[in-house]
Design a protein around this ligand. Structure first.
Ligand SMILES: [Zn+2]
Length: 845
């Protein structure tokens, strides 16, 4: 099939009248031949691309069909989303290359391995391109454009495309976030009228909470590339490390009134660990995007607004792995047509832009093939050279009290193909710098405190040991590094002295200890927690037990000893904990097992308020934590239902960050009465502002640092000045009282915490409060202005207030950030499980 320019003109006229229905030729470039044996998207779907939002199942089925029909394509699955949807790459290259795909991949891996790369012949190697669509599920023009990219690569004929395919391997990831796309697609399609109204007031444009941007647990997958908290990213990063693509695209949408953005972004905001050449190459590729968009008359811009500082995004993770990541941002339609300042924006228009820049990426990558491959080779060899010169030879880490957390830490590093070794000191591990992913290791381990620019699109630091509260040091020689650790598994714990004991105890130190506790409480066992320390010393066992030790008496339980033992064994396997059988209640030091300082615990009944103006991210992180890590069921309810819920069914109510202004006076009184009668209310982040204005707590927020008003700032630089006073994500130090129930399981009173706002709370005047506060000189890593650092020093991170028989626990900053703050998760968990026992028994906190 050949088409002519006059046909396009006719089509443009047609679009004016029936904007949502276009011909396939509207999308495709001029003068291409197409293989009629390859089914078009319309042949398969029964509708034209852009006429409806494609569902994820349709998308996957079409990709499978192309793999079946085309000898240029194969499918490789790389995982499942939480909702069990398929994650896949449709891989295109010439039929000849397809036969040698594994060898080509191996040769490419050798290029990235400095010990082998000198022998590689770049001119005979294909360039590897990965096109990734719609990581934000409600930015659907990307996923819909993937239909066209895949069709084009399967169907286009002629010398030009064949040359490209001989010299390229192109991986298409049609949808990076299937669960989010599914929520959004249903919403967009269900609101489609036959007579479309582009009025922005249409319900279609106001997605219901939590929207389709995020995944099942409401995580932003476009922040998860480094953190690997979700199966989508785990599978994806595994493939990125395996394929090491030279160019990776990341197709997004932005505000409807904008145009189209392609990278490079703001140069001064690039991460200093990324070589400068990356920017130059990104700009060379950008030239191809500009040409293609000029041809179809689409407005665009570049070198503004966005940056690649944080490596956890789809467009920046490739940059720290020797590739070029490219962010695309298309003005969002969020439906089929929308009135904007640029006139009527249609879905097909948005899809066409995304498709055309996919093609320009492929063409640019082919044209720049040898330069891209050389850059990648040099990226890894220069890394090894730098590592050889570095005075730091390795990082040594390990938490002797917490194997579960150490396991998660190693698993995360291994997820990025970072090699971890045993170290001579007990419970210690080493990561030598001199290895392929040298730059990635630096980005994880080095605290950052110098910045070229004070504006950040996302967080300013992601120091991994700090987020895990993981003790670590840098070392300047590699003398004591042992064997490499193969793929790590959570080691089962064990029961020590299990024969007919008087009681069982386990420590609260382990990350997964709460999982064991919840399992045992659910089984109906009587369980107590130690609010003091003790030492057990019988001939076969001497052990010290700290605050928060869990006690399971053997006598007077609902279950037989055999059944208890069976449960405990399951706990050691599932949680990796050690459980000690004690033969006497008489301890050599500290309290005895019958002491009133052991307080009985109840199985927590947790209600978390969600919906409407609640932060879905905060709520999702809490849901994810209790559901997937601690295995505690929690009830999620819409805020507006509080008036109708029997609150006394719950021991703990959690208010994630957000506003609760839809609660009326009666609901507020009901909530207060529930607290006074013994409820445990946990308010997270900005929820405390609502609590304060409704007189649950008596706190004031500091005014925060402001730009110096005595200096006249040029109009054009105003937002720059403003951003200097933001805290867009930095790590600060907090002091804890280790005897307080909220600090149970911790051994160091100083702990790194993550702060994402410049909201700062003043100390309350009343003596009703207990607190953990920021240190005198609190900044550990990341950007905050000197004024902000001063303001934050010594202010509360957390407050506990008694109200009647109940408590209000205010946590002002993140303890669960993005599922990777293993170090502070336990503070939040402690608030749920130990909140109700604060001030009970003989101890007063
Ligand atoms: Zn996006």
């Amino acid at each position: 099939m050949k088409r002519s320019t006059s046909l396009i003109l006719l089509l443009f006229l047609a679009i004016g009248n029936f904007a949502q229905k276009v011909d396939l030729n509207y999308y495709l470039p001029d003068n291409i031949s197409l293989n009629p044996k390859i089914p078009t998207p319309e042949d398969f779907l029964g509708f034209q691309v852009g006429e409806w939002h494609v569902s994820h199942d349709q998308l996957v089925s079409y990709m499978k069909l192309l793999a079946e029909k085309s000898d240029r394509a194969v499918i490789q699955e790389y995982g499942r989303s939480y909702e069990n949807r398929l994650l896949l790459h449709l891989i295109f290259t010439s039929p000849k290359n397809q036969k040698d795909l594994d060898e080509l991949k191996k040769a490419h891996q050798n290029l990235c391995d400095p010990s082998k790369s000198s022998k590689t012949n770049i001119s005979s190697m294909p360039v590897i391109v990965l096109l990734g669509y719609s990581v934000h599920g409600n930015e659907a023009s990307g996923a819909n454009a993937s239909l066209l990219s895949a069709y084009y690569l399967a169907a286009a004929e002629g010398a030009e495309i064949e040359r490209v395919l001989e010299n390229s391997i192109i991986l298409i990831d049609p949808c990076l976030n299937p669960d989010g796309l599914t929520r959004f697609t249903t919403w967009a399609n269900m609101h489609k009228s036959q007579q479309i109204s582009p009025d922005p007031n249409n319900r279609a444009f106001s997605e219901p909470w939590p929207g389709g941007r995020t995944n099942h647990y409401w995580f932003d997958l476009n922040r998860d590339y480094l953190l690997l908290a979700n199966p989508e990213s785990i599978g994806r990063v595994q493939k990125l490390q395996e394929w090491r693509p030279n160019v990776v695209t990341d197709h997004h949408e932005m505000g409807s009134n904008s145009s189209f953005f392609f990278q490079p972004g703001v140069q001064s905001r690039n991460n200093p660990l990324t070589p400068d050449k990356n920017y130059i190459l990104t700009k060379k590729i950008a030239f191809y995007h500009s040409e293609t968009l000029n041809k179809i008359g689409s407005l665009y811009y570049s070198e503004e607004s966005f940056d690649d500082y944080y490596f956890g995004k789809g467009s920046s993770y490739p940059d720290i792995n020797g590739g070029i990541g490219i962010l695309f941002e298309q003005a969002s339609v969020r439906g089929f047509e929308k009135e904007t300042v640029n006139g009527k924006l249609t879905f097909p228009f948005a899809i066409r832009n995304q498709f055309r820049v996919s093609l320009s990426t492929i063409n640019a990558s082919y044209a720049l093939k040898n330069e891209l491959l050389n850059y990648q080779k040099e990226f890894f060899t220069s890394g090894i050279k730098e590592a050889s010169k570095s005075t730091v030879k390795a990082y040594v880490f390990g938490d002797k009290y917490d194997y579960g957390k150490t396991y998660e830490f190693i698993k995360l590093l291994q997820g990025h193909h970072i090699q971890v070794y045993k170290y001579s000191t007990k419970d210690s591990y080493a990561v030598p710098l001199k290895q392929e992913n040298y730059r990635l290791i630096r980005s994880f381990f080095e605290p950052v405190n110098k910045f070229k620019d004070s504006t950040f699109y996302d967080v300013s630091t992601w120091n991994l040991p700090m987020s895990f509260n993981m003790p670590y040091v840098s070392i300047s020689n590699k003398n004591n590094i042992g064997d490499i650790i193969n793929k790590i598994e959570l080691q089962p714990g064990k029961i020590i002295s299990e024969d007919i004991p008087y009681a069982y105890v386990f420590k609260w130190d382990e990350y997964y200890a709460p999982r064991a506790l919840f399992k045992l409480l659910k089984a109906g066992l009587t369980i107590k927690v130690s609010t003091s320390e003790f030492t057990y010393n019988e001939k076969d066992l001497k052990e010290e037990f700290g605050y928060g030790t869990i006690l399971i008496p053997v006598n007077n339980q609902k279950l037989s000893h055999d059944k208890i033992l069976k449960l405990l064994k399951e706990c050691t396997t599932e949680s990796g904990i050690y459980i000690y059988g004690l033969k006497t209640g008489w301890n050599s030091e500290g309290i005895d097992l019958g002491s009133p300082k052991f307080i009985a615990l109840n199985y927590p009944k947790v209600l978390i308020l969600v919906g409407n103006r609640v932060s879905s991210r905060d709520a999702g992180e809490i849901w994810h934590l209790f559901d997937t890590r601690y295995k505690l069921p929690i009830t999620m309810s819409e805020v507006a239902r509080v008036g109708r819920i029997k609150l006394t069914n719950y021991s703990t109510i959690i208010l994630p960050g957000g506003s609760y202004s839809e609660l009326d006076e009666a609901a507020i009184i009901k909530l207060k009465n529930w607290v006074k009668s013994g409820g445990n209310l946990i308010a997270y982040k900005s929820a405390n502002q609502w609590l304060s204005s409704n007189k649950f707590i008596d706190i004031k927020y500091k005014k925060g640092a402001k730009p110096d008003t005595s200096i006249q700032i040029n109009y054009v630089n105003k937002s720059k000045e403003y951003s200097k006073q933001l805290v867009s994500g930095a790590i600060f130090e907090v002091n804890m009282d280790l005897t307080h129930p909220l600090a149970y399981g911790y051994h160091n009173s100083k702990i790194p915490v993550f702060k994402t706002t410049a909201n700062i709370v003043e100390f309350p005047e009343s003596t009703d409060y207990k607190w953990f506060n920021y240190s005198t000189n609190p900044l550990l890593s990341g950007y905050a202005s000197d004024e902000n650092i001063k303001q934050i020093a010594k202010t509360p991170f957390l407050l506990v207030k008694t109200m009647g028989a109940g408590k209000i626990i205010s946590i002002f900053d993140n303890t669960n950030f993005r599922g990777v703050w293993y170090g502070t998760n336990k503070i939040f968990c402690n608030a749920v499980i130990f909140g109700p026992i604060i001030n009970s028994g003989r101890s007063r906190y």
